[in-house]
Ligand binder design. Structure first.
Ligand SMILES: [Zn+2]
Length: 282
């Protein structure tokens, strides 16, 4: 434990998104690896299953499993007893390999869709999602040069009672500049000093500030909250970034979603309950 809660990563740190074309033919510039499209010449109609199952019987599935890894000579030997010539056996093997690839591509596509569903309606990090905030005067100290960020915090305080409660509870000690070179994060909440530390001031959005306030709330959550059933990696998470597994990030993003009023209570009720419980205890 570093004692410092890692903060919002810029979106460019996310892995590239792969959108699957669901087996449609590859368009110009697309490749199967990039988009999951079907390469030209990829065969749509033939199925190695036709005839193969009848000939090979109960063991058809087992043979299909080993086909991609079998030595072609060995494979021809196995198939000979089912009446395949060596050439037919190799064609069959290639066909099975092709189908396996199609299947794993389809499976990857399904997994992606699943992860997208887990990531709060397929939305990305809340970075740009919070409604535009009109600047206001922050009630905490704001370091020189960070007036714009201070204005965002003041605007959040004015618009959201939850933010006012967090500030009034003394959980936001101020907004300070911090050299964040190499940290990969544009802002951090430091639970020791209770300050929001800002690096790349110019890219801070209202949602970034709200996210850091979410970490301030998280800092007073009871021990072990993050270990609860509902915060597992395969539970609904707050963003694609948080979907990668950090419960602290899920908490902070969940807080932003609650502020945003995007229906978080409906689609992630267990997480919403946990965050609201902590908010009520402040
Ligand atoms: Zn964070």
């Amino acid at each position: 434990m570093s004692g410092q809660i890692e903060s919002m990563a810029p979106l460019r740190a996310l892995p590239p998104m792969i959108t699957f074309a669901e087996g449609g033919p590859c368009e110009k510039g697309e490749t199967a690896a990039k988009t999951g499209c079907t390469p030209a010449g990829g065969d749509g109609g033939k199925d190695a299953g036709e005839g193969f199952e009848d000939r090979v019987g109960d063991q058809a599935e087992s043979y299909k499993d080993i086909a991609p890894y079998a030595d072609p000579g060995d494979w021809a030997g196995y198939m000979e007893k089912f009446g395949y010539t060596a050439e037919e056996a190799e064609d069959l093997r290639q066909q099975i390999i092709h189908e396996e690839k199609e299947e794993s591509r389809a499976q990857a596509s399904r997994k992606w869709e699943e992860a997208r569903d887990l990531a709060f309606r397929g939305e990305d990090m809340a970075g740009d999602s919070l409604a535009k905030i009109n600047p206001g005067e922050a009630s905490v100290s704001v370091a020189k040069g960070l007036e714009r960020v201070g204005g965002i915090l003041g605007g959040l305080e004015r618009d959201f009672p939850q933010v006012r409660a967090v500030v009034q509870a003394g959980l936001i000690g101020g907004v300070v500049w911090s050299d964040r070179k190499g940290s990969g994060h544009s802002a951090t909440y430091n639970p020791v000093t209770k300050q929001i530390e800002i690096g790349a001031e110019e890219i801070i959005t209202p949602a970034t500030v709200a996210h850091e306030i979410g970490h301030a709330v998280e800092s007073v959550a009871p021990d072990g909250w993050g270990l609860g059933e509902s915060w597992r990696d395969d539970g609904p998470s707050a963003s694609m970034y948080a979907a990668q597994g950090d419960p602290g990030e899920k908490f902070a993003e969940g807080f932003v979603r609650i502020l945003e009023g995007d229906g978080f209570d409906d689609y992630a009720p267990a997480q919403a309950r946990q965050i609201r419980k902590v908010l009520e205890s402040i």
